[in-house]
Every structure is written in structure tokens, then in C-alpha cells.
Design a protein around this ligand. Structure first.
Ligand code: PLP
Length: 397
């Protein structure tokens, strides 16, 4: 093979991506993360963050951080991996508090959700096992499954008959089945049928991994996530993964499960062992966020009211919504160019909503992914609906 420059290798690929309307750009924020933002120098209302409860810029958490830097025995950075000197008292207390909150034996912190998913899948799934994943699982679950030594099979989105069929096959081969699913699907907003999945797991002695990145904080009693939303709780063969960068408004992730699971991750999970612990200060912020989340029924209630207002209004406009009860409310537009056009038109009217295109979503399912926050006002939702009406009426919509 000839040795080419990087330029030669990528120029064609980048041009192709542009031509397909799939080129991605990073909007530049000039303000704190909140509904009212300045992005690319323009004032707008942000309808695409995952800050569901408005904690990313919460005064109570900011004040706690200022106090912590002045008064607590801590630094900003953690300086090393958890197994070296990076595991600070603040991390330790946070793990205990998260475990208490969820009613699980133990919790382990990770620096990102992506790494937590890689760690859980690589460690839990071994050669001879079969991972059974929902077709629309998050990219990190797909990568984790592909990198593990287990077989990996996907089932159509939320299709429990298809899942059962694969469980039967795995059972007949006397292999360990591991069901892997998002709790709330990140690009669709719908929920995994966890009652059904839990029953199937029992029937076929399967283990269950639930990535509840968008459920924790936003759903369930005290924000305990999707299982709690359905009135379920985790058994010894269930692993839950949460992120701290969404409803928690901070950064990082956690895995919740049995003591044996957590000890195994500490011993064997490479994405845990060989990386720097998240900043000490982040653990302080998450502890404060957890306090707020536990008593944020009013915020969750308000969010629910806004979701209903948006859905009712969007349906009246004739927009194609998903069957989503959560703060993630996609509007299906089909082709990528159309999604970009709408996103651009909304921007001109002062609303920031990302066009989500393949490969993040399947071909022909480009969409606007509207996300709502308890920080939004009813008036802002109404203004967004009015702006969407303008998009519908415009000639090239
Ligand atoms: C965001 C997300 C992740 C990744 O978490 P990060 O902490 O952002 O790396 C994993 N799974 C799902 C379902 C997500 O939405």
C-alpha cells in the first residue's frame, strides 16, 4: 500500500460527508448551559440539551463548589487513577450516597458514561456468552458489545417476541444470555419495556444491563430512574449504568449493582483502571446535585406538564411525534437536508434545536430532537410551537 498524506486519506471522505448533508459542526456556546443561551454569537432558546432539571448552572451547586474550594480538604483535579491516589473521600462518599439512593449494594464512579459502558460489557460478557441488544441502543453499548469476547446479537427495537426467540436459542445452547438496553432511548425518548424484560430475564436466567443515562434524575420516585418509573427494582443479576452529565448537570457516570460486580470492575475493567479519576470537585457537585434530585418532585412534575403541552401543540400542528413520554421529543422529518433546513429556520427564529441525522439515527429518519427542561417556561414552549408552525408554512418546508 502506498504511503499517503492524511490530507489524501480524508479529503474525499470529508467532501462526501458534506455532499450528503451529514457534515457536523460544533456550535460554540458563549454562555452557561441553560434555556437562554448565546450560541455562535446569537441569543437563542436552547431546546436540545440533556439538562432536564436545570442543574448544570444551579446556584446551589455553584455556591457549594465555591465553598468547597475554600473550605474543604480538596483540590480541583484528582491527579491519578482511582487505584493510585485519585480516589478521594468525596468520590467515596458520593458512591455511598448513590448506592443508598438506588437501594443497591454498591456503586462505582466512572469518568464518562461511554467508558462505563465499555467497562461493564467487556468485564461482564465473556467468551461463550451471548449479548442481546436492542437495535437502537446507544453507540457506546454497541461498541462495548463489539469489543467484548461474547457473541453479539441485536433484536428489533423493543420487540419482546424477537428477544424471547433469541433467549430460547441461547438457552438451548446452554450459553449465558445478557440483555442490554437503554432505559430511555436517547434519540427516540421512548422507554424499554422493563417489566417485560425483567420477566424474560427471570424465565431464561439471563442477566440485564440497563443504561439509564436519560432516566436517572428525570424519572421515578426521587428520580431513581426507569426501573422505579415502572415500579420495579433491580435484582442481583441486574446492572444499571447512569450518567452524571445529563439530569445531574455535572459530568461522569456510575455503575450500580452487587458488591461482586463492583469488585470485579475494580479488578478487571480496563476503562476503570487505566484512567484518571474525575475531578474531586466534580464529586462535590454531583453530591449536591443528588440532594436536589431527591427532593425535586416539583421539577419533575413541571417537566411532565411541559412535555404534555408540547405534545398536544405539536400534534395539533400535524407534526409526526414519537411515542415518547419523556423529555426527549423528536420530530420526524425524514431526509437530512430537510432536517437541516428546519433547524436553520428555527435558528433564525431564535431557537436552537439540533438536526439529528444518520449515522446517529437510521437512514430516512432524520429528525429534530427537541428536549425539554424543567427550566423552560410554558411561554417558551408556546413560542417554539409558533416557530414550528412557521416552518410548516414556509414554501420549502
Ligand atoms: C450520553 C449517553 C451515554 C454516554 O455518557 P457520557 O457520560 O456522555 O459519556 C451513554 N449512554 C446513553 C444512552 C447516553 O445517552
Amino acid at each position: 500500500m502506498p504511503i499517503n498524506s492524511i490530507q489524501e486519506r480524508f479529503a474525499k471522505r470529508l467532501n462526501k460527508r458534506r455532499a450528503e448533508h451529514l457534515y457536523r459542526q460544533r456550535p460554540l456556546a458563549f454562555s452557561p448551559q441553560q434555556p437562554q443561551m448565546k450560541i455562535n454569537g446569537v441569543e437563542c432558546i436552547n431546546f436540545c440539551s440533556n439538562d432536564y432539571l436545570g442543574l448544570a448552572n444551579h446556584p446551589q451547586i455553584k455556591q457549594r463548589l465555591i465553598d468547597a474550594l475554600q473550605n474543604d480538604q480538596l483540590s480541583y483535579g484528582s491527579g491519578a487513577a482511582h487505584l493510585v491516589t485519585g480516589h478521594h473521600l468525596q468520590h467515596h462518599l458520593l458512591e455511598d450516597e448513590l448506592a443508598d439512593w438506588l437501594g443497591v449494594e454498591r456503586v462505582l464512579l466512572f469518568s464518562t458514561g461511554f467508558m462505563a459502558n465499555l467497562a461493564v460489557l467487556q468485564t461482564l460478557a465473556q467468551k461463550g456468552d451471548v449479548l442481546l441488544g436492542d437495535k437502537l441502543n446507544h453507540a457506546s453499548l454497541v461498541d462495548g458489545a463489539l469489543q467484548s469476547d461474547a457473541d453479539f446479537k441485536r433484536y428489533p427495537h423493543r420487540d419482546m417476541a424477537a428477544l424471547e426467540k433469541r433467549l430460547q436459542q441461547t438457552h438451548a445452547q446452554q450459553k449465558q444470555a445478557i440483555i442490554v438496553t437503554d432505559g430511555v432511548f436517547s434519540m427516540d425518548g421512548d422507554l424499554a419495556p422493563l417489566h417485560h424484560i425483567q420477566q424474560l430475564a427471570k424465565d431464561y436466567n439471563a442477566w440485564t444491563i440497563i443504561d439509564d443515562a436519560h432516566g436517572f434524575g428525570a424519572l421515578g420516585t426521587q428520580g431513581r430512574g426507569s426501573l422505579s418509573h415502572f415500579g420495579l427494582s433491580a435484582d442481583a443479576n441486574t446492572v444499571q449504568i447512569g450518567t452524571l452529565g445529563k439530569a445531574f448537570g455535572c459530568s461522569g457516570a456510575f455503575v450500580a449493582g452487587s458488591n461482586t460486580l463492583i469488585e470485579s470492575l475494580i479488578q478487571f475493567a480496563r476503562p476503570y483502571i487505566y484512567t484518571t479519576a474525575s475531578p474531586q470537585l466534580n464529586a462535590v457537585a454531583v453530591r449536591e446535585a443528588l440532594k436536589i434530585i431527591k427532593s425535586a418532585d416539583n421539577k419533575r412534575q413541571k417537566l411532565q406538564t411541559l412535555i404534555e403541552q408540547f405534545r398536544t401543540g405539536a400534534k395539533q400542528l400535524g407534526l409526526q411525534l414519537w411515542d415518547s413520554p419523556t423529555a426527549i421529543q423528536p420530530i420526524l422529518l425524514g431526509d437530512s437536508a430537510r432536517a437541516l433546513r428546519w433547524s436553520e429556520q428555527l435558528k433564525q427564529q431564535g431557537f436552537w434545536i439540533a438536526a439529528i441525522r444518520p449515522p446517529t439515527v437510521p437512514q430516512g429518519q432524520a429528525r429534530l430532537r427537541v428536549t425539554l427542561s424543567a427550566q423552560h417556561s410554558a411561554q417558551q414552549i408556546q413560542n417554539l410551537l409558533n416557530a414550528l408552525a412557521v416552518c410548516i408554512e414556509s414554501a420549502d418546508s
